[in-house]
Design a protein around this ligand. Structure first.
Ligand code: GUN
Length: 376
């Protein structure tokens, strides 16, 4: 994998770059739609590639390991072949999902013992095992196995948790370096900074992660219960240390405003379930603010969903019709909302990139933050 820094904003830490993988290029800053089980929920591949213009999507180790399982994925020739998405993919390591989804779990030095949320069966994720699984899934970018420290953790817990993540990283790297990709193209391993809301821990973690000289670096343990201002502060602390010539990935973040704030602070890659999950609940993000499509307000509003929206669904359907679909629990509502929101997120990061390149990012950004924060 290669990262080329194309433009750096003179007035902020925002950057525009180009990541090159064996499955193609990614223009940064970028948003990665979440495809937990290898599918971006309610979105066809054609829409994902041609309309939303997704350049990279994300899959989850925890979910894919449980279903369909490694045997099926390996026989398919990896996830790209299995789901047909021939552009870059990234897999999260399970370091987040094991904690948020599996009921009973035991955290040990060796790894995490957990029970499947599907059938209660018992499993053990160690750093070595997770590397083997991510090799088998076959994403272009694979994440190290970490403990995602909750945003409300006490200092002592956060410190121990961060140190465990660092020891697990060493084991991940050792296993990664002694194994080969399975399908003939390269994979890059990204380590993850932890340290909760404590600047000294974040600094130590970023220094440790930076010293590993990985192809790219991630910031984890944010948007997990801490105040938003703390999140921004931690991004600033960490990005002062993470190398500028490698992509920086802020995991699981966030709202459109969070993303613009992250870009301004030097983040290049984002993922979040918000556009799809909130979309399925009727929340639409638009250039002029947030709409709850279930509201009575839209009952007889026959105007387009968004007149100058980023996707064809915006002018193909009216607000009144989409509201009706949500109330009638029609599946089409979920499809329209998911396509609309993802197209908006991809549009937003694309605009940010254009303005970084044009040199007016710092005047464009506050106006856009104000515009998209309105409740319609
Ligand atoms: N997704 C959101 N936050 C995190 C994190 O801290 N670690 C991992 N592995 N995934 C995440």
């Amino acid at each position: 994998m290669k990262f080329e820094l194309q433009h750096t904003d003179p007035k902020s830490n925002a950057r525009a770059g180009l990541i090159t993988t064996d499955h193609g290029q990614i223009e940064t800053p970028i948003f990665m739609p979440v495809g937990t089980l290898g599918s971006v929920k309610a979105v066809h591949l054609h829409e994902l590639k041609e309309d939303i213009k997704a350049q990279i999507i994300l899959g989850n180790t925890y979910h894919l390991y449980l279903r369909p399982g490694l045997e099926v994925l390996e026989a398919a020739g990896g996830l790209h072949k299995f789901n047909g998405f021939d552009r870059p993919m990234l897999t999260d390591s399970g370091g987040f999902q094991v904690f948020s989804l599996s009921g009973i779990r035991k955290l040990k030095e060796e790894g995490v013992e957990f029970r499947s949320h599907i059938d209660g069966s018992k499993h053990l994720f160690t750093p070595e095992r997770v590397m083997d699984i991510e090799r088998t899934i076959g994403a272009d970018i694979i994440m190290a196995f970490d403990e995602c420290t909750p945003g409300t953790a006490e200092y002592d817990y956060a410190k121990k948790s961060m140190e465990l993540t660092h020891r697990w990283l060493d084991r991940c790297m050792a296993r990664f370096n002694e194994t080969e990709p399975k399908y003939g193209y390269n994979q890059s391993l990204f380590p993850i900074v932890q340290g909760c809301v404590y600047p000294d821990l974040r600094k130590r973690s970023a220094e440790y992660i930076a010293s590993k000289n990985a192809d790219g670096n991630a910031i984890g343990g944010l948007a997990v219960g801490e105040p938003t201002e703390k999140m921004y502060e931690m991004i600033e602390v960490v990005n002062e240390i993470l190398p500028a010539d490698k992509p920086r990935y802020l995991m699981g973040v966030g709202t459109p405003v969070n993303i613009l704030e992250g870009i301004e602070r030097g983040v290049d890659m984002f993922d979040c379930v918000m556009p799809t999950r909130n979309g399925r609940n009727g929340m639409l993000f638009t250039k002029d603010g947030i709409m709850n499509m279930r509201n009575k307000k839209w009952e007889k509003d026959y105007s387009p969903i968004e007149a100058d929206g980023a996707s064809y669904v915006d002018t193909m359907y009216s607000r009144a019709y989409l509201r009706h679909l949500f109330h009638a629990q029609e599946l089409l509502a979920l499809q329209i909302a998911s396509i609309h929101n993802l197209a908006f997120y991809l549009w937003l990061v694309g605009e940010a990139r254009k303005h970084i390149i044009a040199g007016d990012f710092t005047t464009w950004k506050p106006a856009m933050v104000k515009r998209i924060s309105t409740r319609l």
